[in-house]
Design a protein around this ligand. Structure first.
Ligand code: 1CP
Length: 358
């Protein structure tokens, strides 16, 4: 096992970790969700020779793909190359990542009996290759590594629907017809997610992001009743491990307060909610991450610059802002635009001193 104190010492000057903790630092940190992937020719080149699963399960390849955007863009954090469905694949569910679609599940989980197919995850045993990637990366990286996992709801939505969905009808049907089974399912998924995140932190990940990408499909009262207790268990059980916890979802304008209350240090905001408005929805001690509209990066740089300046202005120079897109990098994005964007955030972002009451 790595010397976690030595890794933490190496990153004492990290603006990303300082911002996650609301501590003083000089430049606004920036990284991009899905910064690794199809926007980069060097990624496509590796994917032309290896399937997604091969890349994820070969530590040298997964580490290389994780490092590519760090080299190209000069971002302040790396994000482990893996997928939210990797842990459930590791316990034997037949999930394939279909190019251009996403995760597709052979036999979706629909009944109380199906839940028996979700056994416990032993991260060191079942995710050894992924954790070996973490070890390779922390030995090599000058910036912190962000580990991640899918939140119970978003994972459940793939496992129940069988693949990506627009309406989540089957997922909601289970929620509203068999609440006991629903909670059993989310409890098992929460345990899997927790074990995966604990494993990544034990190998040296410096922060974690819990992706509840599709939680925005829910009304606040349903989020609070059916989802929040499970995500809270994950985040609260990580609290003692000493790494910042980021909690992100798409279309979650009405859920930001609840997502903070689940035990997040930083809440990720999509592009629909201006950061100054998001600020009013989360407690003072919680930071914000985001939130440039990813599609803006498909246009000319002068427009990207204007919108990035607007994001910085709305963040108000607070020391607890992490610049990001409002969701993942779109595959057609010109990497040159993202590199320029990173330079702009570093050059123009102003960080004020933390207020005394933090
Ligand atoms: O063909 C390919 O090369 C695969 C495309 C791809 C990539 C690059 C998939 C399939 N997953 C990934 C990597 C990935 N996925 C990362 C690591 C890289 C990085 O961020 O730089 C991460 C953090 C994820 C997480 C992930 N997978 C999420 C949460 C983030 C989000 O975008 O909201 C979700 C929802 C998934 C499911 C998934 N996996 C892949 C796709 C195309 C999708 C989305 C499908 C859908 O729209 O439902």
């Amino acid at each position: 096992m790595p010397d976690l104190a030595a890794i933490a010492a190496r990153h004492t000057g990290s603006p990303f970790l300082a911002a996650c903790r609301g501590e003083p630092h000089d430049t606004v940190p920036v990284w991009f969700m899905r910064q690794a992937g199809r926007a980069l020719a060097e990624y496509r080149e590796i994917r032309a020779r290896h399937s997604f699963e091969e890349v994820v399960h070969t530590p040298e390849l997964a580490a290389e793909v994780t490092l590519q955007p760090v080299r190209r863009y000069g971002v302040d954090a790396a994000v482990l190359f893996s997928d939210i469905v990797t842990p459930v694949q590791a316990i034997g569910l037949e999930v394939t990542i279909e190019p251009g679609i996403g995760p597709v599940i052979d036999r979706p989980l629909r009944t109380s009996e199906d839940i028996g197919r979700l056994r416990r995850l032993d991260a060191e045993e079942d995710l050894r290759h992924v954790l070996d990637t973490v070890s390779l990366l922390v030995a090599e990286l000058d910036v912190p590594l962000i580990g991640f996992a899918g939140a119970p709801f978003t994972l459940a939505s793939y496992l129940i629907e069988g693949g990506p969905s627009r309406s989540y009808t089957r997922t909601k049907a289970l929620m509203f017809t068999d609440e006991l089974t629903w909670h059993r399912l989310l409890d098992r998924l929460a345990s899997i997610t927790l074990s995966s995140l604990q494993g990544q932190i034990a190998r040296g990940a410096s922060a974690v992001q819990l992706f509840d990408s599709w939680a925005g499909a829910l009304a606040p009262q349903d989020y609070e009743r059916f989802v929040l207790p499970h995500s809270r268990r994950v985040l609260e059980e990580l609290e003692g491990m000493g790494v910042p916890r980021i909690h992100f979802g798409v279309d979650t304008g009405e859920l930001l307060g609840a997502m903070a209350a689940a035990g997040a240090d930083v809440v990720g905001v999509d592009w629909r909610t201006p950061l100054d408005l998001a600020r009013q929805r989360v407690p003072e001690h919680v930071g914000l991450q985001g939130n440039l509209e990813p599609a803006v990066c498909l246009g000319p740089f002068h427009q990207v610059a204007e919108r990035a300046r607007d994001v910085l202005a709305r963040a108000g120079g607070r020391p607890d802002h992490v610049f990001n897109l409002g969701h993942g990098v779109l595959p057609d994005t010109d990497p040159g635009i993202l590199a320029e964007l990173v330079d702009l955030v570093h050059a123009e972002g102003v960080v004020q001193e933390p207020a005394d009451d933090r």
